[in-house]
Design a protein around this ligand. Sequence first.
Ligand SMILES: *[C@@H]1O[C@H](CO)[C@@H](O)[C@H](O)[C@H]1NC(C)=O
Ligand SMILES: *[C@@H]1O[C@H](CO)[C@@H](O)[C@H](O)[C@H]1NC(C)=O
Ligand SMILES: *[C@@H]1O[C@H](CO)[C@@H](O)[C@H](O)[C@H]1NC(C)=O
Ligand SMILES: *[C@@H]1O[C@H](CO)[C@@H](O)[C@H](O)[C@H]1NC(C)=O
Ligand SMILES: *[C@@H]1O[C@H](CO)[C@@H](O)[C@H](O)[C@H]1NC(C)=O
Length: 401
Amino acid sequence: MVPSRSLSCILALPALAFLSLSASALPHARVASSTATLKLAVRINSYGIKNVAAADRARIQTLQARGSSSVNATNAVTIYTADIGVGSPATYYTLLVDTGSSNTWIGANKAYQKTSTSHDTGGIFAYVLGEEYTDTVTFNSDLVIDNQSIGVATAFSYLTSGLDGPDGILGLGPVDLTQGTVSNAYEVPTVTDNLYAQRKISSEVLGVFFAPASSNDSSGELTFGGYNASKITGDVNYVPITSTSPANTYWGIDQSISYGDTVILDETAGIVDTGTTFILIASDAFDKYQSATGATLDESTELLTITSEQYDQLSSLYFTIGGVTYELTPNAQIWPRSLNSAIGGTTDSIYLVISSTGSSSGSGLDFTNGYCFLERFYSVYDTTNSRVGLATTEYTNATTN
Ligand SMILES: *[C@@H]1O[C@H](CO)[C@@H](O)[C@H](O)[C@H]1NC(C)=O
Ligand SMILES: *[C@@H]1O[C@H](CO)[C@@H](O)[C@H](O)[C@H]1NC(C)=O
Ligand SMILES: *[C@@H]1O[C@H](CO)[C@@H](O)[C@H](O)[C@H]1NC(C)=O
Ligand SMILES: *[C@@H]1O[C@H](CO)[C@@H](O)[C@H](O)[C@H]1NC(C)=O
Ligand SMILES: *[C@@H]1O[C@H](CO)[C@@H](O)[C@H](O)[C@H]1NC(C)=O
């Protein structure tokens, strides 16, 4: 078993004291280009992961069906979490960062500590058999959101499968996904909505930075109100949210994919999603990828596996999004070999992180660019302008895997 690796989370943010002060001093003026940064902790979970590929596939199938607005986040191996305070004085909860769902909820591990700011809305948050509250939420120690809706799990949570698992979810998806999730509310404003409405950030934008799990870099962060220009190389390229349903319900984009110079997926709609571990593509594209790489399907991990000779011959995958091509190098297409046992694999094997959605293209949600994509490209989720941005980082071409 790979030991659980805990990289501590640094929560200092000097600029925030200034931001909250200016926000309250000028209640009717939006603070010019203010941002707030939340540092993330990353942990390799080696407990309770039976089959990550199958869990990813179950997640995309739920998203495709739009059967439920809240789905299981399956990015359960490389867990990126943020520590969020709830109540006053705040109790801190470690929440999984999820751009594919939009409700923020707690109570999976640590019980909700109610304080004078806790207000039971009377609503039922059915997903985790919970009650809906509003409460004060604190990011870092000094960025405060008033009246944030919080689901409180009472009976069950799938997150508790591992030791020291997260306490819940920080929902960073579009607010539409909260429709129908709470019995007495049409929609539930997200933390990003409230940061903007309460003038703590000047535009409703979220920047997400992850480093490869094997890079030992613990500088993962969320930037609310913009993006951290120091984390990217080159420019952020934006594309509008796709018009194709159901991908347009999420952070959906249009993209095509080539393996070397062979197109394996014609331009189609899918999503960018921190809640998925691998990169999922429609089954017909997956079949083309498998035959082009010569990979075989490993039964225990349900991932493609290649020999080291095949690895040496691997071509890049090219993701074309809004006319810009993002190169996923051969090293970026493999799971970090140092973490093979965390996915139930064997030490000497080479596993590919491209997996199948389980359905053919044309579903309206034909791919998920999950964590294995997002650790190579910075992503920007822009609610104000209904667009998604991507940029290269120092890890785009890294060979850490
Ligand atoms: C608090 O949030 C709830 C749910 O989002 C909303 O209905 C209510 O108007 C808010 N109250 C205040 C005082 O902002
Ligand atoms: C979420 O996980 C739980 C527990 O593993 C499982 O029972 C449930 O079916 C999953 N839901 C979806 C939509 O995959
Ligand atoms: C990460 O840390 C581990 C343990 O300290 C070390 O074995 C490994 O080489 C490091 N990886 C990188 C890419 O620096
Ligand atoms: C932005 O990224 C740089 C480079 O990694 C880092 O030093 C800095 O602390 C980040 N900015 C904030 C506000 O966290
Ligand atoms: C990655 O490497 C390719 C060539 O292999 C180069 O064209 C590209 O600019 C590099 N990208 C970054 C972000 O360094």
